[in-house]
Design a protein around this ligand. Structure first.
Ligand code: NAP
Length: 425
């Protein structure tokens, strides 16, 4: 078999870009059926010191040295952000170049436009690295003859690290976040991760492959982990659960629920057992076949490996992995879902408080499965937590009940609601 040469223009030489350079060097030494030649690397700062050494003649800040170079047939975009990544990818595709990207934020916003452009220009658009933890299931998503009925995943390494560290170190969210920032497991501006956006980006891309269309990002219900306290982790444990930030999609007939939020997962379930930066995905299709995988959710080599897998597809002349066109689904609003709920109320330690709260829940058709009420308040005006686990109830009714409970003079601060999710495996 003749050797296929892929000539690459790389945009970005940060964490992922550096990993790609290292893995390409390693792969090329194997002398397989294909060779990857790095023709040019675009960076922002030419003089920056870099952990990965590359010949200086490869580096440039001029985008056109890649985009206008007819020898380069494949562009890798790992600069991140929306602009100029969007312009780079569109121009590369319009010039007939294959594109491989790790940019889930961009794909979640304009993925359908990028796929259309790739099809129009007969180019490959590789998106495996946008879902590092679960890309090995992407083919089974796109080629499955059956529709996905349920998809649940832990997709954010930073959040899973923070939640598991809170439990291990018995510390609260803010101090664990600070330490995660010190060791580089959380960004200085952590909002994209801890407020759930990164998880939502990955979910939108996965769903596009699984269900055939890109949901508008704004239609995904997103809630992050900022309000989870060490106390909640302990109470959840006592009830037999661990708290995880989940991406959830459920389809029944033509109705689809898509949401990202922290959830109580039964301790014996696979997703509950993910530790640190580990991520996982579980799927069930409409004939009941269940699959799942766990893998690191980020990092230089896991991400660069996903990019390399797309490059190998290009070298082998594999066709684009296309989202299959499926029927349109009706998106449920969060108020329309049904779930079991973990509720935490901070109340004054007075006689009759529990009865008042239970009364309001009862009047909203919410029945209680278990209650935890601990400790006496040290001072008469300080509050104590009451935890309730409900049976399945309507979200709208539960939110409404919570508003009424929060308005009681004996209730201090905003009560907390965490949904319960059984997972699949
Ligand atoms: N890090 C991960 O574990 C991971 C995992 C999955 C997906 N991703 C995705 O991969 C992408 C890159 O992430 P990263 O962690 O590697 O980022 P990073 O370490 O911040 O690196 C970004 C690189 O892009 C270059 N760059 C930024 N803006 C540019 C511009 N306008 N023109 C040219 N070059 C520009 C930077 O140049 P200088 O070096 O000169 O400043 C840098 O080399 C993002 O989309 C991210 O979401 C990352």
């Amino acid at each position: 078999m003749g050797e296929k040469v892929v000539r690459i223009g790389l945009f970005g030489l940060g964490t992922v870009g550096g990993g790609i350079v290292e893995l390409l060097q390693r792969k090329n030494k194997e002398k397989g059926d294909y060779e990857f030649i790095l023709e040019k690397i675009v960076v922002k700062h030419l003089d920056k010191e870099r952990p990965t050494s590359v010949p200086s003649h490869l580096l440039t800040t001029n985008h056109q040295e890649i985009l206008e170079n007819p020898k380069i047939d494949t562009v890798i975009e790992v600069i991140g952000g929306i602009n100029p990544a969007k312009e780079i990818i569109l121009e590369a595709l319009r010039k007939g170049k294959n594109v491989v990207t790790a940019n889930k934020a961009l794909l979640a916003r304009i993925g359908s436009q990028l796929f259309r452009e790739a099809i129009k220009n007969d180019c490959y658009l590789g998106v495996r690295a946008s879902n590092v933890a679960s890309y090995r299931l992407i083919e089974s998503l796109t080629f499955s003859p059956f529709q996905i009925e349920k998809l649940v995943g832990v997709f954010n390494a930073t959040c899973n690290y923070i939640l598991t560290q809170m439990e291990k170190k018995k510390e609260n969210f803010s101090s664990v976040l600070e330490k995660a920032q010190e060791i580089g497991y959380a960004e200085q501006d952590p909002s994209n991760d801890i407020d759930g956006y990164d998880t939502a980006h990955k979910l939108v891309v996965l769903l596009s492959l699984a269900m055939g269309y890109f949901l508008p990002l704004e239609s995904v219900f997103i809630e992050g982990i900022r309000r989870i306290s060490y106390q909640d982790i302990l109470f959840a444990r006592e009830l037999g659960y661990r708290i995880k930030l989940l991406a959830i999609a459920k389809r029944r007939d033509n109705n689809l629920e898509v949401r990202v939020h922290p959830a109580l997962v039964p301790m014996d379930k696979e997703l509950a057992q993910l530790e640190g930066i580990e991520n996982g995905l579980e799927l069930r299709d409409e004939v009941g076949v269940e699959v799942g995988m766990r893998a690191p959710g980020a990092g230089k080599y896991p991400t660069a490996t996903a990019i390399l897998e797309d490059l190998i597809c290009i070298a082998k002349g594999r066709k684009l992995i296309l989202p299959q066109q499926r029927r349109y689904l009706n998106l449920k609003k969060i108020g329309e879902i049904e779930s079991e709920y973990y509720l935490r109320f901070n109340v004054l330690d007075r006689v009759g408080v529990l009865a008042k709260i239970s009364g309001i829940l009862g009047s909203h058709n919410i029945s209680i499965k278990s209650v935890i009420q601990k400790g006496k308040a040290k001072k008469s005006l300080s509050s104590v937590p009451i935890i309730m686990l409900t049976h399945e109830a309507k979200e709208e009714a539960t939110q409404d009940a919570l508003k009424k409970i929060d308005a009681l003079p004996v209730v201090k601060g905003k009560s907390l609601l965490i949904r319960v999710e059984e997972g699949i495996l």
